[in-house]
Design a protein around this ligand. Structure first.
Ligand SMILES: *Cc1c(COP(=O)(O)O)cnc(C)c1O
Length: 422
């Protein structure tokens, strides 16, 4: 660290034991797939800032759109007022999303988008005159955010959830079916809680922050079918998967399903601004369409539909139209699958999985995370392993040579660390 920023004392950092953690690296600039540090190093970014920067950093088209909006109107309250960036973005999302997912509620983070989805599902039942349906069926291993409602549907064994157990609404948990035929556990959970369930929530095709665990489209289709057969709305949390990460614009498309409620955030603005959306199908929206003011959806974030963020999101959608983003995602998918395959079966390596522009290597036991992180930094790449997982979720625009550097780093570092485990 060349900087003497006082961050260790004043800034409270995420998921960090402040007493033990080494000082974070100071980033001073970003460009493309590089993060430039205060000491002059330019790291090749394997994470795209928690999967948000799908077009790489500082894309000029997004920068111009935000600068233009900044000069015009950075923010205005959304109660009683509307504006073109939000109107346009809602219409474009409705057109892009499958089926009649046409009704867009904006908020400012993924966790809040999930909170809104949970409230939407619960209030939908109340508005239909059905009481007692307050629980959500969620899958073990899932991650849906850090606020109370979102935490309540995260994996129940995961540290954060256990600590706050006393505060959280109790939900119904089930193992993700491993195949479309293996539905017994899900069916019995749905049957056992048939009177109290309000919704089913799932991360389609891949449980992201819970460990990059993937399931085939047939499993997602089966979950959707069973939820429907029990009359339950399906909430698809596409906060990780949305906007090309799995090789299609939305993961649900690969299973040919239309969820009743979808949550979007992360890559919605191409990694530029905080913005999220909870999108409902018409049948859900209609439960709120009434003469009764109390039947209105009871939520309203202060910075809802922030015009700068909507401008960034509209510019990001332009790029999906004008640049070959999904082809790039598929090309990354092939390179990741080829490049990481050699790690399969090595001592200390439990699994290697890829899906779209996501590559994950799982160790047989928890590795020495600080040593692992240091080894990646030594190679000039920004790769942030967590738990027993090393993963790559690069920008969809990453140059092939940079992607190769990331893969080479993983292929060099993982066997050393894995060997130390066995
Ligand atoms: C990141 C994430 C969230 C939470 O989003 P925040 O913006 O961090 O609140 C929720 N669900 C999934 C699947 C995510 O990846």
């Amino acid at each position: 660290m060349t900087s003497d920023l006082p961050s260790k004392k004043n800034l409270w950092r995420p998921y960090t034991q402040m007493r033990l953690a080494p000082s974070p690296l100071e980033a001073v600039a970003t460009r493309g797939s590089r993060i430039v540090l205060a000491d002059g190093r330019a790291l090749v970014d394997g994470i795209a800032s928690w999967w948000t920067a799908v077009h790489g950093y500082n894309h000029p088209h997004i920068a111009e759109a935000v600068a233009d909006q900044l000069a015009r109107m950075p923010h205005v309250m959304f109660g009683g007022l509307t504006h073109a960036p939000a109107e346009r973005l809602a219409a474009r999302l409705a057109a892009l999303l499958p089926g009649d997912l046409d009704h867009v509620f904006f908020s400012d983070s993924g966790s809040v988008a999930v909170e809104v989805a949970l409230k939407m599902a619960a209030q939908m039942w109340l508005n239909r005159g059905v009481s007692g349906r307050t629980k959500v069926l969620a899958f073990r291993g899932g991650y849906h955010g850090d606020t109370m409602g979102a935490m309540s549907v995260c994996d129940p064994e995961e540290g954060m959830h256990r600590r706050f157990g006393a505060y959280l609404p109790s939900q119904v948990f089930c193992d993700l079916p491993r195949s479309a035929a293996e539905t017994a556990a899900l069916e019995s959970a749905l049957a056992a809680h048939r009177e109290t369930l309000a919704a089913v929530i799932v991360e389609p095709l891949v449980q992201g922050a819970g460990g990059m665990v993937m399931h085939p489209p047939e499993v997602l289709a089966t979950i959707a079918r069973l939820a429907r057969s029990h009359g339950l709305p399906l909430i698809a949390d596409e906060i990780f998967t949305g906007f090309g990460r799995t090789g299609s614009l939305f993961a649900c498309e690969q299973a040919g399903i239309v969820p009743d409620i979808m949550c979007l955030s992360k890559a919605l603005t191409g990694g530029t601004m905080a913005l999220a959306a909870t999108v409902a199908r018409t049948a859900v929206f209609e439960a709120f369409w009434s003469e009764d003011p109390a039947a209105a959806l009871m939520h309203g974030p202060t910075f809802m539909a922030n015009p700068l963020a909507c401008a960034a999101a509209n510019a990001s959608l332009d790029l999906f139209e004008t640049e070959p983003r999904l082809d790039q995602a598929r090309a990354i998918a092939h390179r990741l699958a080829d490049g990481l395959a050699g790690l399969k079966g090595l001592p200390g390596v439990a699994d290697v999985r890829t899906l779209g522009a996501i590559g994950a290597v799982q160790f047989a036991r928890a590795p020495d995370l600080p040593a692992l992180k240091a080894a990646f930094l030594d190679r000039g790449v920004w790769v942030r392993p967590f738990g027993d997982i090393v993963y790559l979720t690069p920008a969809l625009t990453i140059e092939p040579a940079d992607l190769d550097r990331l893969i080479e780093a993983v292929v060099a570092v993982v066997p050393e660390q894995a060997a130390a485990l066995s």
